[in-house]
Design a protein around this ligand. Structure first.
Ligand SMILES: [Zn+2]
Length: 89
């Protein structure tokens, strides 16, 4: 994730950045257009400004998308950075 690391002469440091958070818009699954199973959920990725790894406020509201629990990589339309973030964490 993009993070800002600032060092001063006293070796104090500040870690701040913007991180995506996945929000599930609807808990009720819908049919996946790829595998045909009702395992797809409407989700949204919002970006939050965080300081020392604590999200403070939302800086950007994402667009809703459909992500299937079974074949998630085939359904949603997100960048590689989000793929890595989801699979890693
Ligand atoms: Zn699917």
């Amino acid at each position: 994730m993009p993070a800002l690391l600032i060092w001063n002469k006293n070796k104090m440091f500040l870690i701040a950045g913007v991180s995506p958070k996945i929000k599930v818009l609807d808990d009720k699954p819908v049919l996946c257009p790829v595998c045909g199973l009702a395992q797809a959920y409407f989700k949204r990725i919002d970006h939050y400004f965080n300081l020392f790894f604590i999200p403070l406020f939302r800086v950007r509201k994402g667009e809703p998308f459909l992500m299937c629990e079974r074949c998630e990589r085939n359904v949603h339309e997100m960048g590689e950075e989000y793929h890595e973030w989801i699979t890693n964490g």
